[in-house]
Ligand binder design. Sequence first.
Ligand SMILES: *Cc1c(COP(=O)(O)O)cnc(C)c1O
Length: 400
Amino acid sequence: MTISPLLPVYNRAEPVFTHGEGAWIFADDGRRFLDCVAGIATNGLGHAHPRLVAALTEQAGKLWHISNIFRIPGQERLAEKITAATFADTVFFANSGAEAIECALKMARKYHAAKGHPERIDIIGFAGSFHGRSYAAVNASGNATYLDGFGPRLPGYVQLNVDAMPALLAAIAAPTTAAVIVEPVQGEGGARALSGEWLQTVRRACTEAGALLIYDEVQSGMGRTGKLFAHQWFDDAAPDIMAIAKALGGGFPVGACAASEQAASGMGVSAHGSTFGGNPLAMAVANEAFDLIAAPGFLDNTLAVAALLRAGLEDLARRYPQLIVDVRGKGMLIGVKLTGNNREFMAMAREKLLLVAGGGDNCVRLLPPLNLSEAEADEALARFAATLDLAGERWAKQAA
Ligand SMILES: *Cc1c(COP(=O)(O)O)cnc(C)c1O
């Protein structure tokens, strides 16, 4: 037997982490890393935030789980906060991003079916997009390798290119279209931010065609771009349905599907459900995380430090043109496209005690906690520069 007891679907990096504090994370051999992965944009408040620890431990002594057949006051409170802060009128709580997407896709089809149009099932997604690993999510995602070996793409999933606007407008107007699903800032695909004009154009086209617009803000939401949600940078670009997860629970598994009253109009009793979704533990942490991120002034720091990081990385791009192709993204969802292999670069960054994430299009992503300090951003830039020096040496040797 050669398979490991743990299903080998991840190529895991070597450090074993034991604890963290803010943007710092400690390995069992004593090394201390600066964490610009943050659990893939999930530990938005850093590690072991005292208020999140207090919220979780206090709830842990009271009630963990009761099932959604009973009222869960924490869900009611958080749904009120999310609806007050967004276009949405109603929220469903799940355990992950993929489940938030499942709810969004089911809701879109149900909306049309309930209005007498069960033929409107097509979900339009985009090349390079990522929506999670559930069966519906891999069908909606724009990376064919996630579907590889799992059967043909299901009927009702259309894939287009974000740059092909005429084809997109035609597809939106098609009589079998249910919805468009898009990340306002593509995360896994390589930190590509869509313009306000693109989002507004698609918004208008969906409204005209009676199709729904779904935003996947699983990664770009909860303050990652410096606004609570990335689409809120633009007027007249709100979706009908939005999937949220990652930083929503500050590291505790929780997701949410937020929708307008109209978009949710098909979802009556028993249309959807979840055993664990929004359980009292998740809600205790998520309410606290939401309060911290939505507090006046919190995202001012995120924006200021993100600008510092961005400027520093652009400066590095000018100083290392042989290594960096470009710097992209929005707020603290930053992608650096490299000339050499991004996986190798991530390993070299770990040698310099810096954690960065991978991404499509040969990017590495910097997704630090939103409360990163200026001093920590300077330190991240210094370690990134040291990694560039190391990569420059190694890649030059490889080429020789
Ligand atoms: C991470 C991610 C998902 C999937 O979330 P899971 O919690 O892993 O299921 C979906 N969409 C986007 C944009 C993501 O970044």
